[in-house]
Structures are given as C-alpha cells and as structure tokens.
Unconditional design. Structure first.
Length: 277
C-alpha cells in the first residue's frame, strides 16, 4: 500500500458508512493493492488508535464483516438516549427453537418439533418475520419439507462473527454440570414425631431408605398403634355409656299402676277436678 494513512481513512469511512457489517473482500474491491489480511491489519491499527485517544467506539468483526460498535462503558448512555426505540425480545420458546436451528441446521419443522415436543408453527413464523431464521432449501425425505437455518441477523443479534463461534456442546454440558449438585444420590427427609424431629435419608438411586436411618417404618407403626389404642378406648367408653343408659322401667311408674303390678282405673270428676277411684 502506497499510503497507509490514506488507506486507513478509506477503510474507516467504508465501515462507518455501511449499514451492515461489510466483509473485507468487499473493501478490497474499493481500496487498491489490499488483501483481506491487510484489511484486518488496518482495522487492528484503527482500534489501537481509538484506544490511545480514549474513543468510545471500536471496530469488530461480526457476521462475517466489520462494523463499528460502542464500548460497554458508554453503551448505557446510548441506550438511555434511544429508550423509545423498540428492542427485539425473544421468548423462551423462540430461544429454544433458535438453539435447535443453530446447532442442527439445515433442519425441518418436524425435527424441531420432535426435539421440543410441542408444535413450533407460530414460533417459526415469528422468527422468519424477525429475519432470525430463513429457508435454506428442501429435504430429500418424503414430502420434501422445508429446511431452516440461521441468518446474518442471528449472528449480529448474538454478537457472533460466524457459526463456528457458537459455544461447543461439550462446553455447555460442563456449564450445566457445574450449576447442578454433584453426586447427589440421597434426599434428606424429616420425620416429625410427638417430641423430636428425626432425619430420614431416602436413597434416590434405588428408592430405598438408608439402612442407617430407617425410621419411617417405626414411626408409621407407632402412629398406627396410637390410632388403634385411641379407637379401642373410644369403643370401651361407648359400651360403658350404653350399659348405664339401659335402665329397666319400674312398673310403679306406669300409668294406672299401684306399685304392685296391678292396674287400676282412674276416674276424674270434671266438675270438681278431683280424682275418684
């Protein structure tokens, strides 16, 4: 390059004027005597210059091209200025579908639904509208269903330069393993007795209780015995009350009786109200 300073300014202007990430190959079509590798070196020099003067922006390679971006220290101010601007938000279902498409592309709708276990028509339609996924072609299986893949907008949204920058599945598994409890094969339960609280360990591996703390059987037995005793006591009390309540009637209290078991007629004088035997 005959004039490095001039070429640096040209590359800077092209990247700044481009609404989308501009590939190095496209820049070489404008800048004479340059190669994609040379464009990368120019971008590195520009970033060093921005860093030395404390600029609030840098150039990064994203979605296969170069683009300006605001450094994290100043991005908050920019977001506050454009708070009214609508941000694209992705639901959990959309993120699940995007992950499947990104790692399995080209993938059909049937394959996506088989992995998710639910219908994905609406989610795919929304992702197509947001230009996060696109139709890549048709499968060679019966019916020739459409195959889907990610777009450049997907790479820009997640700040990726290419699909190879996605986290490896082994890395994701390691992160999940770190976040989950390790070698947890027992679940500690608490058995509440009448006076004390005793811990009972449940072996999750085989569904049995730890032999060292098999307390549930004893607790259940003790509870059953208490219920049986309470039932027996209640039954005995009922029988005693029944014996006391069964009183033989006294013949002397029967109407018309004279105490000797003989009946007598009683005549009442309606005029005087007196009793005439």
């Amino acid at each position: 390059m005959a004039d490095n300073g001039n070429n640096h300014s040209i590359v800077e202007a092209l990247i700044m004027a481009s609404p989308d990430p501009i590939p190095a190959r496209k820049i070489t079509e404008v800048v004479d005597e340059t190669t994609p590798t040379g464009i990368g070196k120019i971008v590195a020099d520009l970033n060093d210059r921005y860093l030395s003067v404390g600029a609030a922006y840098r150039i990064r390679e994203v979605s296969g091209g170069f683009q300006f971006y605001i450094t994290p220290e100043y991005s908050g101010y920019v977001e506050e200025l454009f708070t009214r601007r609508r941000k694209m938000r992705l639901t959990r279902a959309a993120l699940e579908t995007l992950a499947i498409v990104a790692y399995r592309q080209p993938v059909t709708k049937t394959e996506i639904e088989h992995i998710r276990g639910v219908s994905s028509d609406g989610v795919l339609h929304n992702l197509l509208e947001k230009d996060m996924v696109t139709v890549k072609g048709r499968a060679t299986t019966v019916g020739k269903p459409l195959q889907y893949g990610t777009t450049g907008e997907f790479l820009k949204f997640f700040g990726l330069n290419r699909l190879e920058d996605l986290p490896k599945m082994t890395e994701i598994e390691e992160l999940v393993a770190v976040s989950e409890p390790k070698n947890q094969t027992e679940l500690t339960l608490k058995s509440i007795g009448s006076e004390t609280i005793e811990e009972v360990k449940l072996n999750i591996a085989d569904g049995t209780f730890d032999p060292a703390s098999r307390l549930v059987d004893s607790v259940e037995t003790e509870t059953a015995e208490r219920i049986d005793d309470a039932t027996d006591d209640e039954g005995e009390e009922t029988e005693e009350w029944a014996d006391d309540s069964e009183i033989e009637p006294d013949e002397s209290f029967q109407s018309g009786g004279n105490g000797n078991g003989e009946s007598s007629d009683v005549v009442v004088d309606m005029d005087t109200g007196g009793q005439v035997t």
